[in-house]
Design a protein around this ligand. Structure first.
Ligand code: PMT
Length: 401
């Protein structure tokens, strides 16, 4: 069956003994209907010839950034735009490091830099090189940016070592491609997600905020884009990279977040309020830095309620999106979450107990109980990435109900 019919894949080969397997990989991709355009680094050509790759792909191989003839036919920008997927296999430690550093010193790295399509890397290297902290950090950086990392496998290596670092077999990479292009439950849907904290200014140098890191909201954005959605992420001040393909709007205060959230919610199918929005803000912002006085040991800040963003969106009379809230609770989690579901007129609420260490605010993991009008589902402790994927998948099933 032509499972990859019409899919355009730029297959980038970097230097490694596993490059010899890429003739077979290309043949299998083409057999399934994919159009494969091969890019080779100089090092890759030491392991397999461009002629072989041209023969199996049925297209000329690109290997030079500075060749006017090659650039005239399909230059790096055109290739970057042409691809539905850029697949780097084998991805050597050097290629991974250059990609993580954002370098553009050959055709393949510039194509990766210039593409807005998803990029998948199939690492292949000696097990010690793979285990090296530099390689691990580079891979983590790339994964955080939304790159797919397929493999490596464990086993005997060309150098005689045994361990993690072998490139996946061609058939396994093909399966990843098939899964990547298979039907995505959020295809055609648009989602707005709020993430991170808000900051409520007291004076020019001070503010009130909370411990939200943005990790949960950014993981939701990543999961939604992976599952085919068009994603707008409205983020408070956080230091996280924007997942590939996501449109990001940065805001600071709850009022700014509210304005942007309502604007985008009206134009989208789904709204997810994951941001930890400050419930109150100082009534006035001092124009100058507030000075310490000797008159009193106390100081009072008068606060006023912020708009309830998600409640405003859920009460829209027209263009109301499917509205999903979060509830961050330290006690009576289920009762408070269910009360918020009803009071704010939400379609779904994701409750997290933020009193438990290792989950909730500023942690890598989370455990969620999702509630809706006539049902609930527990999502046990897992990485925020995995929990986010489960939440988005659940939302997709509810949209179909
Ligand atoms: O960012 P991380 O470090 O990864 O942490 C993740 C998280 C703990 C922040 C996240 O999982 C979470 O629970 N987010 C919601 C936090 C929160 O503000 O909960 P709440 O129970 O106070 O608010 C309930 C809902 O109303 C939320 O959807 C919130 O976005 C929304 N809200 C709250 C106040 C307000 N003025 N406007 C709102 O829209």
């Amino acid at each position: 069956m032509q499972t990859l019919s019409g899919k355009k894949i730029v297959l980038g080969l970097s230097g490694g003994i596993a490059a010899y397997k890429c003739a077979d990989l290309t043949r299998r991709l083409v057999e399934r209907g994919a159009e494969v355009h091969v890019i080779m680094t100089e090092a890759a050509k030491e392991f397999i010839t461009p002629l072989t790759m041209q023969a199996v792909s049925g297209r000329p191989v690109s290997d030079s950034l500075l060749d006017p003839a090659a650039e005239a036919s399909m230059g790096h920008i055109e290739l970057a735009k042409w691809a539905d997927l850029v697949l780097v296999a084998p991805a050597s430690a050097d290629m991974i490091a250059r990609t993580a550093a954002g370098m553009g010193n050959d055709l393949l790295s510039t194509c990766i830099l210039a593409t807005s399509s998803p990029v998948a890397l199939s690492p292949a290297m000696n097990q010690q090189m793979y285990a090296n902290i530099a390689t691990q950090e580079n891979l983590q950086t790339l994964e955080n940016r939304g790159f797919f990392i397929w493999g490596p496998a464990s086993g005997e290596q060309a150098c005689g070592d045994i361990g993690l670092g072998r490139m996946l077999e061609p058939i396994q990479i093909v399966e990843h491609c098939e899964h990547f292009f298979s039907h995505k439950p959020m295809q055609g849907k648009s989602v707005v997600i709020t993430a991170g904290p808000t900051r409520e200014a007291i004076d020019p140098v001070r503010y009130i905020s909370n411990h939200s890191s943005g990790k949960m909201g950014f993981s939701l954005a990543q999961a939604a884009i992976n599952l085919g959605a068009n994603v707008t992420l409205i983020s408070g001040p956080v230091s996280l990279p924007t997942p590939l393909g996501v449109t990001r709007i940065d805001v600071t205060s709850a009022e700014q977040m509210c304005e942007q959230a309502i604007h985008f919610a009206k134009k989208n199918d789904i709204f997810i309020g994951c941001a930890a929005v400050a419930d109150y803000r100082p009534t006035t912002i001092a124009q100058q830095k507030i000075k310490k006085t000797d008159k009193s040991n106390e100081m009072t800040i008068t606060m006023v309620k912020n708009p309830d963003i998600i409640a405003s969106i859920a009460s829209l009379k027209t263009s109301r999106p499917f509205t999903v809230g979060f509830a961050a609770e330290t006690q009576d989690v289920e009762r408070y979450a269910k009360a918020k579901l009803i009071k704010k007129n939400l379609d779904m609420i994701c409750a997290n107990d933020v009193s438990i260490q290792g989950q909730g605010f500023n942690s890598e993991d989370n455990a969620i109980n999702v509630y809706w009008k006539d049902g609930q589902q527990a999502l046990p402790l897992n990485s925020k990435r995995k929990v986010a994927e489960q939440i988005i998948t659940l939302i997709a099933t509810k949209l179909d109900d």
